[in-house]
Design a protein around this ligand. Structure first.
Ligand code: HEC
Length: 145
């Protein structure tokens, strides 16, 4: 009896710790597992693919982009784009047209090398409006390295 209790207690502790860890993960990763549709009907329609952000500074695009980022990108790039280290910190992307072009190209194509997907391609999932809404929000949290 006493022996089996001694064995069970650490096991239970481990299980509880695992549950706690996965519960924390679920909170942070909420809604992130599959690409989420982005409702952009409030935004000006775009004829893409564009290489410069047509929404820069637009409040509605910023709001939609923040939510789209947290649902689709934050699980790798961090909530609020503050990277936890598994993917680049997107606050450091250059602002303006130079950063726009690079950003859109990455989001459309993802990062796939030698058959390994480091980042999924969002080109067939996101509308042009969704891509630029995320970029609009991202520029509001830009930081210098
Ligand atoms: C599965 C994890 C994952 C998801 C989800 C993801 N990314 Fe990435 N992203 C990465 C990794 C890893 C890299 C670095 C790729 C490489 O090694 O070339 C990257 C690179 C990038 C880059 C280039 C950054 C640089 O400094 O060169 C941009 C821009 C980017 N991601 C934007 C996004 C956006 C926007 C989303 C959401 C729509 C997103 N990513 C979703 C993992 C992810």
């Amino acid at each position: 009896m006493a022996t089996s209790l001694r064995i069970k207690t650490p096991l239970l502790a481990t299980l509880l710790a695992l549950c706690a860890a996965s519960a924390t993960f679920t909170v942070h990763a909420h809604g992130d597992t599959a690409p989420q549709a982005v409702d952009t009907h409030a935004l000006k329609k775009l004829d893409g693919p564009l290489s410069e952000n047509p929404y820069r500074g637009d409040a509605a695009a910023t709001k939609i982009g923040a939510s789209a980022f947290n649902q689709n990108c934050a699980r790798c790039h961090g909530l609020g784009a503050v990277s936890g280290g598994i993917a680049p910190d997107l606050r450091y992307l250059p602002v303006g047209k130079e950063g726009d072009e690079y950003f859109a190209q990455k989001v459309r194509n993802g990062a796939i090398r030698n058959g390994v997907t480091y980042m999924p391609a969002f080109g067939s999932i996101f509308s042009e409006e969704a891509i630029w809404a995320i970029r609009t929000w991202l520029e509001t949290v830009h930081a210098e390295q």
